[in-house]
Design a protein around this ligand. Structure first.
Ligand code: NAD
Ligand code: UGA
Length: 436
């Protein structure tokens, strides 16, 4: 039987998973405190850029399985299952900020009537689900609910695909009743034989952090190897390919770049170090990953500085790509933010292009940088170009045109999109990461 679900927090995760759950046949209300977001959704607009999402939202709204509201109290009262999908950003000291989760817990406790399953989808430190359970009991005086930890593994840019084809669904649970309800919600995935992993709450919480930290470590490892390649004249792509041919290693997440960014790897690696400290467990490997990744971003600016002759003052630098990866407008912890601030600090002038992230960039940089509506406008009269995001349109860059438009002839390609030989033939000095 279809379940009435309330998804609290309609961001990158809440909106995509809420829509996916509706498409699985459930009745879903996505809730957010941000009324502008809810108004947009109620007018058929999608507040984020995520390929394929609009079509899916439209379909499920049309078929009356999906709706949007800022009435959190009503939504919780009406739901049998409440998903928590609010943000858990980093505090200054790296610890996960649980204030949004705490606010949702207050609302749930206030509106608890009858049996409900509370499902945490937000990435939360080990022990948080147990705390949520206790807090709701204390605040409401009731224990007519079960708690489930169901961490999310979707990637931005391919989130819609990931919701329908997850590698696994992790369910941390305590009661058989809740387990059955969750299995029913995810019936559509059961049918296509998606692997489900059932465990206790702490295990589910740790699987999420361990997975993100491991992927971040893999990227950091290949970035360090890329830097090694530059020192000795090796080609990092061949090294990664050769490593990846070993089934135990796998070729995935071995692409070197300007350092990982995004709303999760940076905050989750820092949070894991913080949780380790709290439990007195050695997380020194992850700690080093965090620092090495910061160095990698700065290293890109140092590389560019060397390429332009040691002084960035007064140089006009064209940035291609602001989002932390392609196919998203998300700029949270994007390497571009560190790179651009560093360029400005060193006296450079910056003009930037991104197919989707310009509006988000304006909120961060305001009028400290210029914005261009095409990659070729960025090139015009630039001393050097820096490619920071692997958008497909930059892969097919017209290098002849670039050479004509640019004042200088330097391209720092931090995503290794450009054919170096072709650039050389045109008289462009192009450097990538881990190949020369
Ligand atoms: P987000 O910032 O895009 O969305 C969070 C939403 O929650 C915002 O729209 C905000 O207005 C809303 N909100 C805050 N407090 C609220 C409240 N009290 N009631 C209702 N709504 C409230 O965040 P996100 O990227 O969707 O991430 C959410 C969680 O999912 C995080 O813990 C994150 O680590 C995890 N996660 C994210 C991704 C991803 O790709 N972004 C993937 C897996 C897991
Ligand atoms: C990541 C994980 O892949 C998801 O499984 C997880 O659910 C999510 O974090 C989360 O917890 O929020 P996401 O941040 O959307 O997803 O994007 P990724 O594709 O993982 O890329 C993260 C960063 O690593 C980007 O800056 C990307 O450019 C970089 N990256 C990725 C590399 O530099 N090299 C690679 O080989 C892969």
């Amino acid at each position: 039987m279809s379940k009435q679900i309330s998804v609290i927090g309609t961001g990158y995760v809440g909106l995509v998973t809420g829509t996916g759950l509706a498409d699985f046949g459930n009745k879903v209300t996505c809730v957010d405190v941000d009324k502008t977001k809810i108004d947009m959704l109620n007018h058929g607009q999608i507040p984020i850029y995520e390929p394929g999402l609009k079509e899916l939202v439209d379909k499920n709204v049309r078929e009356r399985r999906l709706s949007f509201t800022s009435e959190i109290d009503t939504s919780i009262k009406e739901a049998e299952v409440v998903f928590i999908g609010v943000g858990t950003p980093s505090k200054e000291n790296g610890e996960a900020d649980l204030s949004y989760v705490e606010a949702v817990v207050e609302s749930i406790a206030k509106n608890l009537d009858g049996y409900k399953v509370i499902v945490t989808k937000s990435t939360v430190p080990v022990g948080t689900n147990r705390w949520i359970k206790q807090a709701i009991i204390e605040k409401s005086g009731k224990d007519t609910f079960d708690i489930v930890s169901n961490p999310e593994f979707l990637r931005e840019g391919s989130a819609v695909h990931d919701v329908f084809h997850p590698d696994r669904v992790v369910i941390g649970y305590e009661s058989e009743r809740a387990k059955e309800i969750i299995q029913d919600i995810y019936k559509a995935l059961y049918i296509i034989e998606t692997p489900f992993l059932f465990c206790n709450l702490e295990t589910a919480e740790l699987i999420k952090y361990a997975s993100n930290a491991f992927l971040a470590t893999k990227i950091t490892f290949i970035n360090q190897i890329a830097n090694f390649c530059e020192a000795v004249g090796a080609d990092v792509h061949k090294v990664a390919k050769g490593m990846g041919m070993d089934g135990r290693i796998s070729p995935k997440f071995l692409h070197p770049g300007p350092g990982y960014g995004g709303s999760c790897f940076p905050k989750d690696t820092k949070a894991l170090v913080d949780i380790g400290n709290k439990y007195n467990v050695d997380m020194s490997l992850v700690k080093e990953v965090v620092s090495s990744n910061e160095r990698q971003k700065k290293r890109m600016v140092e590389k560019l500085e060397r390429l332009v002759g040691g002084d960035l003052r007064g140089k006009k630098i064209g940035i291609l790509g602001l989002a932390f990866k392609a196919e998203t407008d998300d700029m949270r912890e994007s390497p571009s933010v560190v790179v651009i601030y560093e360029l400005l600090k060193r006296g450079a002038k910056v003009i930037a292009h991104d197919p989707q992230a310009i509006e988000n960039a304006k909120v961060i940089f305001g009028d400290r940088i210029e914005y261009a509506d095409s990659e070729y406008k960025v090139m015009s009269s630039s001393d050097a170009i820096m490619i920071l995001t692997e958008w497909n349109q930059y892969r097919g860059l017209d290098l002849e045109m670039a050479k004509k438009l640019m004042k200088g002839n330097i391209i720092l390609d931090t995503r290794n999109l450009i054919e170096l030989q072709r650039a050389k033939e045109l008289g462009i000095i192009c450097e990538g990461v881990g190949r020369k």
